[in-house]
Ligand binder design. Structure first.
Ligand SMILES: Nc1ncnc2c1ncn2[C@@H]1O[C@H](COP(=O)(O)OP(=O)(O)OP(=O)(O)O)[C@@H](O)[C@H]1O
Length: 329
């Protein structure tokens, strides 16, 4: 029997930054699975560990972080892969669209040559006229109206939105099975943001790519759909279909987060902020990290960190109040 592996299966992922003086845990036991063509949005406030989770999957921290747990891509464990194999996997089977397209492009090289190089490195096309044609096709595919001109341009000659389209063209050039997008629209004008999200969704539908997207923007999460994983203090506290999580949050943190943010997708009264502030980097309290701010914390929440467990069909949360069936209203 042939078992189909998930494009991405993350189990109990932990990331601890290490320096000569200290060890700083940042990601603490994150698990999720992405099926083919599926989206997972990592949603949470700044500092909750979303980007570190995404970048740990790609092993982008080198020796500055200890990464534990498992990261399987199509059944292959990435955390024990030699760095040389990891390098060929990045940009091939798994590609990153970062927040800032400017930093992702080489300022001294034309867009077309950056694209053909990626195609050559990953053995898709040698740098020939066929590769140049392919580069232009890719630029056209990401909605660039004049691909010949853009291929001959340097990054500084393009607008932010066009640069991000070019970065996306490079990211999808080798037909990745997993696309990791780390706040891909934050650095762009509001008018361009929706277009870039639409483009990612369109490419995903066309190519069957699984997408892991990091965002702190509930509007982006609502628009994109798929599944949402809500992060707080380095942990996933809630996970489920985006629509359900956003309309009927189970975890008190998700509820507080949604109440505190302007939501273009729902009409509501005044915003309410969550009392207190999140723990400092690596300074997690005993028990549930949200307990000191939680209006529903039980005495046990200050001692035991609840695991993420099923709370409804296809949904899970890390909260004993939800798990015990008590309504979170
Ligand atoms: N290279 C690093 N070394 C040490 N600490 C780091 C490093 N990168 C990130 N951190 C810390 O890890 C924590 C989580 O950062 P992360 O970037 O994942 O947050 P985030 O949820 O993505 O929020 P943001 O939207 O602000 O990026 C932060 O407190 C950050 O200071």
């Amino acid at each position: 029997m042939i078992t189909e592996h998930a494009p991405l299966d993350v189990g109990d992922l932990t990331t601890t930054f290490v320096s000569r003086r200290r060890r700083t845990p940042v990601v603490r036991g994150v698990s999720f699975t992405l099926a083919r063509g599926q989206t997972m949005m990592l949603l949470g406030e700044s500092g909750s560990g979303k980007s570190v989770t995404a970048r740990s999957i790609l092993r982008l921290y080198g020796s500055s972080a200890d990464i534990g747990g498992t990261v399987r891509m199509n059944g292959v464990e990435l955390l024990s892969l030699p760095e040389s194999e990891m390098r060929s996997l990045r940009g091939g089977q798994v590609a990153l669209v970062p927040q800032d397209p400017t930093g992702a492009l080489d300022p001294l090289r034309r867009i077309g040559s950056q694209l053909t190089e990626v195609l050559a490195v990953h053995g898709v096309e040698r740098v020939t006229s066929a590769a140049r044609r392919r580069a232009e096709e890719l630029l056209a595919m990401v909605g660039i109206p004049d691909p010949k001109r853009v291929a001959a341009s340097y990054p500084h000659e393009l607008s932010g939105g066009m640069r991000q389209r070019a970065v996306i063209a490079i990211a999808v050039s080798c037909d990745p099975q997993v696309l990791i997008a780390d706040e891909p629209t934050t650095a762009l004008d509001v008018t361009v943001q929706a277009q870039i999200l639409e483009l990612i969704a369109e490419l995903q539908a066309r190519m069957g790519t699984a997408v892991l997207m990091v965002t702190h923007d509930v509007g982006v999460a609502a628009d994109f759909g798929g599944r949402i994983g809500v992060m707080y203090a380095g942990r996933l506290v809630e996970e489920g279909p985006a629509k359900e999580v956003l309309s009927d949050p189970k975890h008190p943190y998700t509820e507080g987060l949604l109440d505190s943010l302007p939501r273009p997708d729902v009409e509501r009264g005044a915003l309410r902020s969550i009392v207190g502030s999140p723990p400092g980097v690596g300074e997690f309290p005993a028990g549930c990290a949200f307990a000191p701010r939680c209006p529903r914390a039980l005495p046990s929440c200050h001692r035991e960190d609840p695991p993420l467990v099923p709370v409804a069909p296809d949904r899970s949360a890390a909260c004993p109040v939800v798990n015990s069936g008590e309504a979170v209203t």
